[in-house]
Design a protein around this ligand. Sequence first.
Ligand SMILES: Nc1ncnc2c1ncn2[C@@H]1O[C@H](COP(=O)(O)OP(=O)(O)OP(=O)(O)O)[C@@H](O)[C@H]1O
Ligand SMILES: [Mg+2]
Length: 270
Amino acid sequence: MTTEERPTGGHGGASARPVIEVRGISKRYGSIHALRDVDMSIFPGEVVGLVGDNGAGKSTLVNIIAGALAPTSGEILVDGAHVSFKSPTDARDAGIETVYQDLALAPDLSVWQNLFLGRERTVRGPLGWIGWLDRRAMAQQSVTDLERTRIRISSVASRVGRLSGGQRQAVAVGRAAAWGSKVILMDEPTAALGVEQQQKVGELIKTVASHGLPVLLISHNLPQVYGVCDRILVLFHGRLIADLRPEETDMDGIVGWITGAAMLSPGSAR
Ligand SMILES: Nc1ncnc2c1ncn2[C@@H]1O[C@H](COP(=O)(O)OP(=O)(O)OP(=O)(O)O)[C@@H](O)[C@H]1O
Ligand SMILES: [Mg+2]
């Protein structure tokens, strides 16, 4: 099966063109080879896990797709067209949203203000809604955006600083889902959360993907990755060494790839 023919993960079933395609991406920091010739495709509606040990190159890869870092070599395609991002703004304009561990929320602002943070002048949501700096309209749109992701927050007027960690995470994911049209990239979004909140964010990720918006999830929480992802990619010393489906492997299998042990065992399927 070629990359182009790969079926979508769980949602849609039929073959599809990748939304995001990374071809031969390498990144050097001086003598450090953070990424080596990485090829990766993300298809509509799938949740793709990106795992690997500390320093494997996960954040570097996500930062390149997010426009925050320039690759040393290689190509990125969005919907089959080459892109060259000069900044995260370029990537956002192309429909690529990123959620980092620190969430980049403003605690003193309300939920709806956070949803529109930095975008007050271009208040165009996923439903094609356009308006001015209209507080009421932005608050109403925020309710709709959060409902789509089934996020429950008592009021969009609540100050984000008063929300729990899980609710804040939900606002960050909800914001990404509201603005993203191609992919949501998540770099360890649940690292600071308790078990129950991690599960809720996992459900939220699945809900977002069920609307067709794929998610690339970096996490060291392997049970979460295993439970949420349709496909799991493993980076090892900057190389993409495995592309696994949860049903083809188990936790030990994933750990084997992360540590590199699976590369030594001849029976391991890639
Ligand atoms: N700005 C930088 N300058 C020099 N080296 C860097 C820089 N950023 C990352 N690296 C190196 O690149 C490699 C990949 O780092 P990266 O942050 O992508 O790893 P990671 O897989 O996200 O790790 P972690 O799980 O610890 O977050 C590491 O060897 C790291 O030390
Ligand atoms: Mg990282």
